[in-house]
Design a protein around this ligand. Structure first.
Ligand SMILES: Nc1ncnc2c1ncn2[C@@H]1O[C@H](COP(=O)(O)OP(=O)(O)OP(=O)(O)O)[C@@H](O)[C@H]1O
Length: 346
């Protein structure tokens, strides 16, 4: 989970990341869905959700167990039909209903429905995939070798995939997906059950994909994962998008944010405490805790008030709530439920 330490940034750093963003999204939408609906019997899983994912960005669909994340991925990747009452859905610029083949050619899907054949070796799985994509034999061999190398599977390439660890299977799964050179890739809970090292490696692969202008649609129950990787995050709850935005935007939605103002000089500290009456005080650390969202407007006003009081802070730190706070506030989720579902995936 995101530690307080990483959530704490100086005001200057926060201002600069907020203005530049993680990636400059290309203008075209890789995925655009309007009023996406899906019901199973009398259970409404998706209740008319809108999605807009710019090309070359990472979009995370976050939600508790059973929220409908996999259903959304299955629909967008043509594996399951949306309800007829849904609005227009376009993936890779193609209409999902009218041109499903073109959509399939533009995308790659990995996740809970992996295509790996455990009886074949890693290399054989790759070559089979190359055949399915109608790559000429020599090109298929070259692409397979390249991807096996990139995903650190060269040593395991000659062994049956049945014996692979969870992390190796995920890597092989992604490598197999990439052999078709998809422009859009769906990663359904790509790191569930992986150890921290494998999870960080997987994040590295996702970042590499985005650097190559691939669009990544990610589902996850791990808030830190969404926080680390995503340009935009949508929180799915009760079949609807409860909130959408960058990780920073979402964090500003829940209370708990504050600015910590610290002084070296006790006199300056006391003067500031008198000027900022709403602030919580920490006499030992000579620091004040001023409630707020850390926005530019609030920071400017805070600095103006310190100026008027004739004091200068030695340290100014913006504390934003982390994504856990947002997730539980928006989904009304109970922690245990999510933890249980993670255990079940292991
Ligand atoms: N083929 C199906 N028939 C009936 N109900 C289904 C079907 N597929 C999914 N559901 C139901 O739809 C709901 C959403 O399932 P989905 O797998 O999309 O959730 P999820 O958010 O991906 O959950 P998880 O995090 O556990 O993977 C669940 O209640 C599930 O039981």
């Amino acid at each position: 989970m995101t530690t307080r330490a990483t959530a704490e940034t100086t005001a200057a750093t926060t201002a600069s990341t907020a203005s530049t963003g993680a990636h400059a999204p290309s203008p075209a939408l890789a995925i655009a869905a309007h009023g996406l609906r899906k019901t199973y019997g009398d259970r409404t899983v998706l209740d008319g959700i809108d999605l807009a994912v710019p090309g070359g960005s990472v979009f995370s669909l976050l939600g508790p167990n059973g929220a409908g994340k996999t259903t959304a991925v299955k629909i967008l990747s043509t594996l399951v039909s949306p309800d007829p009452a849904s609005g227009e859905i376009r993936v890779g610029g193609f209409d999902l209903a009218a041109e499903p083949q073109a959509v399939r050619a533009a995308i790659g899907v990995t996740g809970q429905f992996s295509a790996i054949d455990g009886l074949l070796t890693g290399e054989e799985n790759m070559l089979l995939m190359a055949d399915l994509h109608h790559l000429p034999r020599s090109e298929g061999r070259r692409a397979a070798a390249e991807l096996l190398e990139r995903f650190d599977l060269v040593e395991a390439a000659g062994k049956a995939a049945l014996g692979y660890s969870g992390g190796m299977r995920r890597r092989l799964d992604i490598a197999m997906t990439l052999i078709g050179r998809p422009r859009i890739i769906f990663l359904d809970e790509p790191t569930t059950g992986l150890d921290p090292r494998s999870r960080h490696n997987m994040w590295g692969f996702v970042r590499e994909l985005v650097a190559e202008d691939v669009t990544v649609f990610l589902t996850t129950q791990y808030l830190e994962e969404a926080d680390q990787l995503s340009d935009r995050i949508a929180v799915l709850s009760d079949g609807r998008i409860a909130a959408e935005g960058s990780a920073d935007e979402l964090k500003r939605l829940v209370p708990g944010g504050h600015v910590r103002v610290r002084f070296d000089d006790p006199v300056a500290y006391r003067t500031a405490a008198a000027a900022l009456r709403e602030a919580g005080t920490d006499d030992e650390a000579l620091s004040l805790r001023v409630p707020g969202d850390g926005s530019q407007h609030e920071l400017r006003s805070l600095l103006d008030r310190l100026d008027s009081a004739g004091v200068e802070a030695d340290e100014l730190t913006v504390h934003t709530p982390d994504l856990d706070d947002v997730f539980f506030a928006l989904t009304g989720g109970d922690d245990q439920h999510t933890t249980r579902s993670r255990e079940a995936h292991r």
